[in-house]
Design a protein around this ligand. Structure first.
Ligand code: AMP
Ligand code: MG
Length: 403
């Protein structure tokens, strides 16, 4: 059986970037950059005053109090265009360009102006209260890389350097297909042996959060022929198809049979993982197909470990497949000798500033109500029967807990 890491590598190796498109900056939040972003100007674009006060020559104010002639004013958006000479000062506001000739700014609090003359009560040093031109960014330098996700702070960077439009990778279309004759829609009352479909909603939500455009398809039931038709139709119209259920060894588990009959390439169908062992990854043409086990917690775990990275790779994202951290385990966690366990947990920081994790008390992979509290998955490696309280444990941080 392949490991989780190997499975993710296989997904990556079989995923190519979607085409790019140029979109208005207004629509760019959350998208992945398809081009590097460079500064088209220096920042600051001029020597900028950091204080309200007076631009002066430091040599004129070595003896204080010094009396200087106020020859003009510079405010944000309004430069003083002369050259400052000996014995002169320019009244200046924060953010305004420091005029040539001046080498420092003295703050207004230690000055007194009267009749176009200013008395400076404290001397200055060269460069005082001036942010020099290009000290933050030099024109032409690379400020964002291809593959980065556009966040609110990146929006400011794009705007500042004139990117009114930006090249990004197309959002993948993800079709969600729940299998199982026991399923009824959310607005129905389940009869005997029936349950409401919840997986389509968790998968759809996770996929949307990962940047996808989601189509929730009608249930496939457990009819092999219908399932085949639905997978084929979904694959034709989407970049990714995510199925839930029907991948175990039961008599009515037809997902893999349907994929084989359609001629899909199956890359893996079992991962050394608990929960989520029977996860399937396949391709039909260029469409990625994930067959996730039906149990709702297995769905969430396997989506985050395999399908989410796939959806991110398609969008050209250069981020790691998921975020990990090390946490201090606050309750003993049971593993499985034959498989790695990725157990739902809650993370928090304690008063010593440590990241801590507490495995959820849960009733197994069908207990999706307990899973609502999960913000992380703690990893108990293969071959480890348990991890003691206070052990340091590798922890996957779930994206929905990171805002
Ligand atoms: P399966 O892998 O098809 O045998 O399903 C495993 C378990 O997950 C069964 O108890 C199913 O009833 C449950 N299950 C399957 N699909 C869904 C779904 N869409 N929503 C909620 N539970 C499901
Ligand atoms: Mg089923």
């Amino acid at each position: 059986m392949i490991s989780v890491e190997e499975a993710i590598e296989i997904v990556r190796d079989n995923t190519s970037y979607l085409p790019t498109e140029r979109i208005p900056l207004d629509e760019a939040l959350g998208r992945v950059l398809a081009e590097p972003v460079s500064a088209d100007m220096d920042l600051p674009p001029f020597d900028r005053a950091q204080m309200d006060g007076y631009a002066v020559r430091s040599e004129d104010v070595q003896q204080v109090p010094a009396r200087l002639k106020v020859v003009g004013e510079a405010a944000a958006g309004h430069a003083w265009t002369g050259v400052l000479g000996e014995g002169q000062a320019v009244r200046i506001m924060t953010g305004a360009p420091v005029p040539p000739g001046a080498d420092s700014v003295q703050k207004v609090e230690v000055t007194r102006e009267q009749d176009s003359t200013v008395e400076i009560h404290e001397s200055t040093t060269t460069g005082q209260f001036i942010v020099p031109r290009a000290s933050e960014i030099l024109a032409g330098s690379r400020v964002l890389a291809q593959g980065e996700t556009i966040r609110p702070a990146s929006m400011a960077v794009l705007a500042a350097f004139g990117y009114s439009t930006i090249a990004v990778f197309r959002r993948p279309i993800v079709s969600v297909l729940a299998t199982g004759s026991e399923l009824v829609a959310v607005d129905q009352t389940p009869g005997l042996a029936q349950i409401r479909d919840s997986n389509s909603y968790s998968i759809g939500a996770c996929a949307e959060l990962a940047g996808a455009i989601v189509h929730r398809l009608p249930f496939a039931g457990d009819d092999p022929e219908l399932l085949e038709q639905q997978i084929a139709a979904a694959a034709e119209n989407s970049d990714v198809v995510i199925l839930s259920g029907g991948v175990s060894m039961g008599v009515y588990d037809f997902t893999k049979t349907a994929l084989r009959d359609l001629g899909a390439t199956i890359f893996f169908e079992r991962v050394s993982l608990r929960p989520g062992k029977p996860t399937v990854f396949a391709k039909l043409g260029e469409t990625l197909i994930f067959g996730l086990p039906g149990n709702p917690v297995s769905v969430s775990v396997t989506f985050n470990l395999f399908a989410r990275p796939g959806i991110r790779f398609l969008q050209g994202s250069s981020e790691p497949p998921f975020k990990t951290a090390y946490s201090v385990l606050k309750r003993r966690a049971k593993g499985t000798i034959e498989r790695a366990s990725y157990l739902p947990a809650r993370v928090f920081t304690n008063e010593e500033g440590q990241l801590c994790s507490e495995p959820l008390k849960w009733g197994g992979s069908s207990d999706f109500v307990s899973f609502v509290r999960a913000t992380a998955l703690i990893i108990v490696p293969e071959g480890t029967s348990h991890l003691d309280e206070e052990s340091i444990v590798r922890t996957v941080l779930l994206p929905e807990s990171m805002g």
